[in-house]
Design a protein around this ligand. Structure first.
Ligand SMILES: [Zn+2]
Length: 269
């Protein structure tokens, strides 16, 4: 028995998470237990689910997040591997609900898999998105090789330097990652400072935020779309590196060509 039985909407959402987890492993972006996924699944929760007893004690989030009242999340489990989650999402992650005090969560299904240690920062981002009225319900943290490599040069850490270069590699990059890549300087993984800086970068109108010498944090309507934004950006980084490997600096599309794209396709930047 699984909480996904007879809940096709919820099941489809979790299957997307599993599919994306498989891609992260295949791309080499999810070594060991690297990376995290959390998805706000509240819209798929019915009255029967709401009446279910928890299978864990209430545990402190570490923050009080009033915007998450009544919310439910699917979370990757702490120490779990993306490649295992791809096959068995409910054995390598769990569904949690936020308790009425908005300061604790409890696990409801299917196994008492403790959520990622990054839960407080992921939940803070979800709370921020809800407060803003955003339709975004999924957050993804992963280690895309070429994008992380870029952040080892101060040149690419300057605001919008990487965005401009990546957008100029092929037109689709700007079309499908239209807000570009926000940059956050190195901070300790899992720290409150990193979570706060990530929210600040999202608030500055980025969907994908780069953590220097670490990885990306992406938000979108669902996990597949969040993955796609990171995928198109990393593809652009690979094209840049391929040109460099051929011994030349890639020309890149011109400012006029990129401006034309924004006008014709109604892009935000
Ligand atoms: Zn990481």
């Amino acid at each position: 028995m699984s909480i996904l039985d007879d809940r096709p909407g919820l099941k489809a959402e979790i299957e997307k998470v599993a599919e994306v987890a498989g891609y992260l492993w295949q791309k080499g972006w999810a070594e060991r237990n690297g990376g995290n996924i959390t998805v706000n699944v509240t819209r798929f929760v019915d009255d029967t689910m709401r009446a279910m007893p928890a299978i864990s004690e209430p545990r402190p989030i570490g923050k009080t997040l009033p915007d998450l009242a009544g919310c439910w999340f699917y979370c990757k489990g702490t120490g779990k591997r993306m490649r295992d989650l791809a096959r068995e999402p409910m054995a390598n992650g769990s569904i949690i609900r936020i308790t009425p005090d908005c300061a604790h969560y409890e696990i409801v299904a299917d196994s008492p898999v403790s959520p990622t240690s990054e839960l407080p920062s992921h939940l803070a981002v979800h709370g921020y998105l809800l407060a803003k009225g955003s339709p975004y319900r999924a957050s993804l943290h992963t280690h895309p090789i070429e994008l992380v490599a870029l952040t080892h040069s101060p040149k690419w850490m300057e605001k919008d330097a990487a965005t401009r270069m990546l957008w100029s590699m092929i037109p689709e990059t700007k079309a499908f990652c239209p807000r570009g890549l926000g940059m956050v300087p190195y901070m300790l993984p899992s720290s409150v400072e990193l979570a706060d800086a990530t929210i600040k970068a999202i608030d500055e109108d980025y969907d994908v935020v780069m953590w220097e010498k670490h990885g990306v944090f992406a938000v979108d309507t669902d996990i597949m779309d969040a993955f796609d934004q990171v995928d198109v950006l990393n593809k652009a980084a690979q094209i840049y590196i391929s040109a460099k490997n051929m011994g030349f600096e890639p020309e890149g599309m011109t400012d006029a060509q990129m401006h034309e794209l924004s006008t014709v396709f109604g892009l935000p930047k």
